[in-house]
Ligand binder design. Structure first.
Ligand code: ADP
Ligand code: MG
Length: 364
C-alpha cells in the first residue's frame, strides 16, 4: 500500500512540531525517518497512523493510502500494525495469545476461524523463530524475544502498513542487529509497507530503502542511503550521517591557514570551513609542499575492519578522527604520542546560501 502525505503540518500550542510536509512512500517500501530527538519523527508517524490529527490548513492536508483518502479515517480502520519501543506485551497473556489477540477481537464477520487463527499465529511465530516458546509469558522472554513477539503480533492482522517507533531502541547492539535482520526478512516475505523511526544513522542506512532525514520539524532530504551518504544536500545531513572532522581557517591567495597548519585550496579569499570524513584523512610521516597539517596521535582503537585513530593539534578546536587500514597502521608503526601529518584525500564544503549547496573536492 503506497502512502502519500500532502501538506501535512502540526502545531502543539505554539510549538511547530512539523512544517508543511509532502511525502510519497511507495508500495512495499521500507522507509526510515531519521533525525535527532525532537525533530518531529514520532509526530509524523502518529499522523500517518491516525493517532494524531494534522493541523487544519488551506489547502487542507491529506493522507492517502493507495487511492483511499484516510485523512478522516479512524486509526482502527486504517489497517496498520504498530511496534513501539515500550509497547509492552500483555503480561498476563502467553506469547501465543499475544500474537493471536488482534485476530480474536475482530468483529465476528471478519474473524478467521479458530483453526485459521492457530495456523496463522504459528506461521508467524515460526518466522520469528519463537514457536517453541508459544506457551511462555512475556516476563520469561529476553528483550529481543519480546520485540520479535511484538513484530509477530503487529503482523498477525495482515496490516497494509507497519509503523515502528524506535522499535529496537531499548536493546543492546548485538540484539538490535538481529532484529533489523528479522524486520528486513519479514518485510520482503510478507510484502507490506513499513515506516520506522530511528535516531540511529547506522540503523536507518542499513535497513531503509529510502531515508527521510528530519530536523526541526522539517524534511531535509529524502533519498536512498547511498545517495544520502554520497550527495548530502546540506550540512545538517552531512554532519548527521557520520563522523565529521572540521578544518577552519582563512584563505589567502589559494592557501588556507589555521595556526601553523596550511593547505592549498582553490577557493576565494576569506573565512572557510572544510569538512572531512574519517576515511578521507590519510596519515603520513611527512608533510608536502601543498599540505602541512601536523597532528599527534592521542588514541587508537584497532577493533574492526579499520583502525580508528584520534588526532589532536594546537590548530584544531576539536580532535579529528581518521580511519586507517590495518596495513598502513602497521607500516607507520602507529602509537599514542606519535607526530604525524594529515593529508586530506577529499574535502567538502557547504555554503548554505549559494548553489550548488554542497561541494566535494578531491585533492590531487
Ligand atoms: P521526535 O520523535 O523526533 O523526537 P517528536 O515528534 O516527539 O520528535 O516531537 C517534535 C516536537 O513536538 C518536539 O518539540 C516535542 O516537544 C513536541 N511535541 C511532541 N508531542 C507533543 C505533545 N503531545 N504536546 C506538546 N508538544 C509535543
Ligand atoms: Mg520520537
Amino acid at each position: 500500500m503506497s502512502i502519500r502525505l500532502e501538506n501535512i503540518s502540526k502545531h502543539f500550542g505554539s510549538t511547530q512540531a512539523l512544517e508543511p510536509v509532502n511525502l510519497d512512500i511507495h508500495e512495499g517500501e521500507l522507509v526510515g525517518l531519521l533525525g535527532p530527538s525532537g525533530s518531529g519523527k514520532t509526530t509524523l508517524l502518529r499522523i500517518i497512523a491516525g493517532l494524531e490529527n494534522a493541523d487544519r490548513t488551506t489547502p487542507p492536508g491529506r493522507i492517502l493510502f493507495g487511492e483511499r483518502d484516510v485523512t478522516r479515517v479512524h486509526v482502527r480502520d486504517r489497517r496498520i500494525g504498530f511496534v513501539f519501543q515500550h509497547y509492552a506485551l500483555f503480561r498476563h497473556m502467553s506469547v501465543y495469545d499475544n500474537v493471536a489477540f488482534g485476530l480474536t477481537v475482530m468483529p465476528r464477520k471478519e474473524r478467521p476461524s479458530s483453526g485459521e487463527i492457530r495456523a496463522r499465529v504459528f506461521r508467524l511465530l515460526e518466522m520469528v523463530q519463537l514457536e517453541h516458546l508459544a506457551k511462555r509469558y512475556p516476563a520469561q522472554l529476553s528483550g529481543g524475544q519480546q520485540q520479535r513477539v511484538s513484530l509477530a503480533r503487529a503482523l498477525a492482522v495482515k496490516p497494509d502498513v507497519l509503523l515502528l517507533d524506535e522499535p529496537f531502541g531499548a536493546l543492546d547492539a548485538k540484539v538490535r542487529q538481529d532484529l533489523r535482520r528479522w524486520l528486513r526478512r519479514l518485510h520482503s516475505e510478507l510484502n507490506f509497507t513499513s515506516v520506522f523511526v530511528t535516531h540511529d544513522q547506522e540503523e536507518a542506512l542499513e535497513l531503509s530503502d529510502r531515508v527521510v532525514v528530519m530536523s526541526n520539524g522539517r524534511i531535509e532530504q529524502i533519498d536512498t542511503p547511498d545517495t544520502l551518504y554520497r550527495a548530502p544536500r546540506n550540512r545538517f545531513v552531512f554532519e548527521f550521517l557520520g563522523d565529521v572532522n572540521h578544518l577552519e581557517g582563512s584563505v589567502h591567495n589559494g592557501v588556507l591557514t589555521c595556526g601553523n597548519a596550511y593547505l592549498n585550496v582553490d577557493l576565494p579569499n576569506g573565512a572557510e570551513e572544510l569538512l572531512l570524513r574519517p576515511h578521507e584523512v590519510r596519515l603520513a610521516e611527512q608533510p608536502s609542499d601543498t599540505c602541512h597539517l601536523p597532528v599527534v596521535v592521542t588514541a587508537i582503537s584497532p577493533v574492526g575492519a579499520e583502525v580508528r585513530v584520534e588526532l589532536e593539534a594546537d590548530w584544531l578546536a576539536k580532535p579529528w578522527l581518521a580511519t586507517v587500514r590495518h596495513a598502513d597502521f602497521e607500516r607507520l608503526e602507529m602509537k599514542r604520542g606519535q607526530h604525524l601529518y594529515a593529508h586530506p584525500r577529499q574535502w567538502h564544503r557547504f555554503n548554505e546560501h549559494a548553489l550548488p549547496a554542497a561541494q566535494a573536492t578531491r585533492v590531487a
